[in-house]
Design a protein around this ligand. Sequence first.
Ligand SMILES: [Zn+2]
Length: 232
Amino acid sequence: MIPEALAAGLLFTAASDAASDEQRLVLGRSHEGRAIIAHRLGDFDSPRKVLAVGCIHGNECQGARITRRLARGVPPSGLDLWVVHQLNPDGRRLGVRQNARGVDLNRNFGSQWIPIGSRWDPTYSGPRPWSERETRLARELVFRVRPDVTIWYHQPQAVVRAWGGSRRIARRYARRAGEPYRSLPWPNGTAPNWQNHRFRRATSFVVELPAGRLSDARAARHARAVRRLLTR
Ligand SMILES: [Zn+2]
């Protein structure tokens, strides 16, 4: 059996609260044992699926302000929205970009993966693709959800960046969020690189937020851009 098929949909324990239109899925645990959780919001029957990941680099976590705002707000209609506030809780705790093993999770995905650097280098890609638990949990979630659009929040470059077939919707997101847009090729082993190659019709792109604390007004603009992403 191929690992991808094995990964799809087996490891999820769901806690559902019908009254709140929200599901929480514990995807698994980080290297140091912290829970990594996905929240499902909105219209579960909608075929339009969006995933937003608030933080993958542990010292670039202001995107979680956007995903938390989405989770607090009125569930979006016509959208099956999934959010992960924190994919890298160990890095967050340590105040570093990498996970607790010194690996840059966003160079560890299995598409155009190459060896880069060594432990604790800023873009150390790990001993092999998918070597990190957090990266594998992200893979399982993507196989489970099959998002039409995935947004990965980073800092501090203040630009929406996309490549390939993801450029159109990323450009729309940038316009609605009021941020600059640039077409830039995917680096090796990144999450959008993998998703764009593995799921040819899906969109996956990066939103680089500015440095420092994201203002409430800016977070609100981004949350609105997510909710309206698949509307014209
Ligand atoms: Zn980053």
